[in-house]
Write a protein that binds this ligand. Structure first.
Ligand code: SF4
Length: 319
């Protein structure tokens, strides 16, 4: 039995847990290839035309697994805490795939609605293990080991690594610190994000993403946000951005968003207004399947240059 994992959406947030759980169960796992033009084109062919690019991409990654896996994981992500749900497209993902991709009949649909309770997580693990022919004890052990793997991953990220991009550490003594915020499946997919993070590092910036901040720090920021949103990943972006803005510990913020993303219409406007009020340089980079590398590079270079000039003027005024 080979279980296929599409390398997008939930993958960039929860793969340390999922891969570790399945491997501990003794199930063979195959992950779809890195995003490429072919995978995007395959996704665009079947997805509804007004879907955001990450959803189109998910279709492509599922098709990439067709001849490689016996079952393909398509979770219905509902909640992992009490305050919010995932974006409606995550909630309806299995239905969307079932109706868009002809002959997709080996879907492993798992509903995830834990509301932050460990007991609920274990029930989901047990249900998944049963489908894959494994028993209670194996599921219990695999769930605990997977939780540990996930905690270790979060810890490494908070120490400055950007593991999904293969970056083990960053030089913290760079002159320019940038908060680069967005959903993990956009930020950490090198092809989709046009490698924005690596480009900024090569321009001499230290990059901080929402996943590099401890949960405790982000939770504390809730007090400064007038109203939290209804969606888990959006709240994560908002909290991290408000932390950067209120503590003034970055020189600028870049919001990386997908064309056609409903929640980001609100997130982006809130961030733009807040940064304007607090006089923090802010840039929105909107990506879709047609966005070109050169145009994005030029905007990033201009933004970094503008920050350098601003900093130099400030230092000159002080001295
Ligand atoms: S949050 Fe936005 S980018 Fe993510 S799946 Fe929903 S609509 Fe698409």
């Amino acid at each position: 039995m080979k279980v296929g994992i599409p390398r997008t959406l939930f993958y960039y947030a929860y793969s340390p847990f999922i891969l570790s759980f399945l491997e501990e169960l003794g199930v063979e796992v195959v992950v779809s290839e890195q995003t490429s033009k072919e995978i995007i084109d395959e996704g665009v062919e079947d997805a509804v035309s007004d879907a955001c690019v990450p959803i189109k991409l998910f279709h492509g990654h599922v098709k990439n697994l067709f001849k490689k896996a016996d079952l393909i994981l398509v979770p219905r992500l509902v909640s992992v805490n009490k305050e919010a749900t995932f974006c409606p497209k995550f909630l309806g993902l299995p239905d969307m795939l079932e109706n868009s991709i002809p002959d997709f009949n080996n879907m492993l649909e798992i509903r995830v609605d834990t509301k932050g309770k460990k007991r609920e997580l274990f029930k989901i693990c047990l249900k998944t293990a049963k489908i894959l022919g494994k028993g209670f004890l194996k599921a219990w052990k695999a769930c605990n080991i997977a939780l540990k793997s996930y905690e270790e991953y979060c810890q490494r990220m908070q120490e400055g690594a950007l593991l999904p991009l293969g970056i083990e550490s960053q030089d913290k003594n760079k002159d320019i610190k940038l908060g680069v915020v967005g959903y993990p499946y956009i930020l950490y997919d090198s092809y989709l994000s046009l490698d924005i993070i690596k480009k900024l590092i090569s321009l001499g910036c230290y990059v901080i993403t929402p996943e590099m901040l401890p949960e405790r720090v982000k939770k504390e920021e809730s007090l400064n946000i007038k109203k939290l949103l209804f969606w888990t990943f959006s709240n994560n972006v908002l909290r991290a951005s408000y932390h950067f803005i209120n503590n003034r510990n970055v020189d600028g913020i870049i919001h990386v968003t997908a064309f056609g993303c409903g929640p980001d219409f609100i997130v982006d406007k809130l961030l733009e207004l807040e940064c304007k009020e607090k006089n923090i340089p802010f840039l929105t980079v909107t990506l879709d399947e047609h966005t070109g590398q050169e145009g994005v590079n030029t905007r990033l270079e201009a933004f970094v240059d503008m920050i350098k000039i601003k900093k130099a003027r400030k230092e000159a005024a002080v001295s």
